[in-house]
Write a protein that binds this ligand. Structure first.
Ligand SMILES: Cc1cc2nc3c(=O)[nH]c(=O)nc-3n(C[C@H](O)[C@H](O)[C@H](O)COP(=O)(O)OP(=O)(O)OC[C@H]3O[C@@H](n4cnc5c(N)ncnc54)[C@H](O)[C@@H]3O)c2cc1C
Length: 400
């Protein structure tokens, strides 16, 4: 399961070094045009890089202290979907600005009554000549206020079954009828929003893929994870890691027996997560499809993030009850990649933010359902035909 990266004189490594010598301070656009932002994408946007090639590029960029543009939803979700199902015009128009970080994207999926059960979405899009007219409400839309475009799913056939009749659109966030209202988190920061869509007119060219096939597309991007050896920070890759906290704890020399136990537990969790990551990377290198470890890893990593932040708070003692000095501007800058983690108040902010880890991107319960069904082969939690949860179906069966 363990492996070494190719040696210093590997030609793929030398190619990146030559490029960095010629472009010592590359802009986002230069990185995108060199194919280094998403190397696994096909040309001209990527290099068709296999997993080892991706790891080499990561390694070289890290050594040169070059950060890729930060456009989490654009690069992670919108781009792969447009690559998969977009028209040539959509690829030409959107992909390079998105990779370069010149146009930020957001994700207009969740609704007040459609989160874990996303297929319950009620936002409608109706065809009117060469346009679609969209009406509905989205919620928890991260970064909407900074975004140029949103990926939007909306119901285009109200009579079809829940998972059918959904289409996938590109929505300009400055289109008339798009209203963005801030939601202030308990951290005090404003990162996500409610988005109201009232008679928003989208050109027919903004439909991605086929009409009523959006549900399949919404799932496509989830499987498009880039191979990475680095676990990053505890807050979905941002913020400090267990190692950062344990360095501080070592320097402070914790004597309290309960806190020492928790510090040891953090180390154990971090080690398990490192091994899971190695296993995932090894599978990718050998060309095996990703297994259920993605859900296992998410459950463990999200709870690990909460454990790190809770221990940090407790290590601070009475001072941990104080808010620390963390401004909304700091949070926004951290999320848009300006990288201010490490400033004062970081552990306080991390503690409050870490509560979101087990909710966003599929809750811990939903991930456990996936593990129960796909790994343990237990019955589905929802009786899809009847639209009931498994416990409801079982109760009804018992009553009958
Ligand atoms: C920080 C953050 C950023 C986000 N950013 C975005 C974004 O940019 N765009 C976007 O569209 N959405 C975004 N979301 C929303 C996120 O996808 C939803 O919060 C998530 O899918 C859960 O949906 P919900 O909040 O409606 O909770 P619900 O689905 O209503 O869940 C409520 C509770 O019921 C449990 N539950 C639900 N179904 C089941 C089940 N079948 N079995 C067992 N338990 C169940 C859940 O685990 C949870 O505890 C973000 C969320 C967070 C926290």
């Amino acid at each position: 399961m363990d492996f070494e990266l190719p040696p210093e004189d590997d030609p793929r490594r030398l190619a990146v070094r030559d490029w960095l010598a010629a472009n010592p301070r590359p802009s986002g656009r230069q990185l995108a045009e060199a194919g280094y932002v998403a190397p696994h994408w096909p040309a001209p946007w990527g290099l068709d890089a296999d997993p080892i090639h991706q790891l080499i590029i990561d390694d070289e960029l890290r050594r040169a202290r070059i950060r890729r543009p930060d456009n989490m939803i654009g690069i992670g979700w919108a781009g792969p979907t447009i690559l998969h199902a977009g028209s040539d015009e959509q690829k030409d128009r959107y992909l390079f600005p998105l990779l370069a970080g010149e146009e930020i994207w957001c994700q207009l999926f969740s609704e007040p009554n459609a989160g874990s059960d996303l297929a319950n979405l009620a936002t409608r899009a109706e065809r009117d000549g060469d346009e679609w007219i969209v009406n509905g409400q989205k919620i928890w839309t991260s970064l909407a206020q900074f975004s140029k475009f949103g990926i939007l799913i909306a119901r285009t056939n109200a009579d079809a079954a829940k998972h059918k009749g959904v289409s996938y659109f590109i929505c300009p966030m400055d289109a008339p009828g798009v209203e963005i209202r801030p939601i202030i988190e308990m951290t005090g920061a404003h990162t996500f929003n409610e988005v109201f869509l009232t008679d928003v007119r989208l050109p027919a060219a903004n439909l991605v893929g086929e009409v009523n096939e959006g549900w399949t597309l919404a799932k496509v991007t989830l499987g498009n994870e880039r191979v990475s050896l680095s676990g990053g920070g505890a807050l979905w890759g941002a913020g400090p890691s267990a190692g950062d906290l344990l360095d501080l704890a070592r320097a402070a020399g914790i004597t309290d027996p309960e806190l020492r136990q928790r510090a040891a537990q953090l180390h154990i969790e971090a080690e398990i997560l490192r091994l899971i990551r190695l296993r995932t990377v090894t599978a990718a290198i050998k060309g095996r499809p990703p297994g259920p470890e993605a859900s296992v890893r998410k459950v463990l990593a999200d709870e690990h993030g909460q454990h790190i932040m809770a221990l940090a708070k407790d290590l601070l003692g009475a001072a941990g009850m104080l808010a620390g000095d963390w401004t909304e501007a700091d949070a926004a800058a951290a999320l848009t990649g300006e990288g201010v983690w490490g400033g004062p108040g970081i552990w306080h902010h991390g503690y409050l933010f870490s509560q979101a880890l087990t909710i966003g991107g599929g809750t811990g319960d939903v991930q456990r359902n996936i593990i129960a069904e796909r790994v343990l082969d237990l019955p589905h939690d929802v009786d899809v035909e009847a639209g009931k949860t498994w416990s409801e179906a079982r109760r009804d069966a018992a009553v009958a």
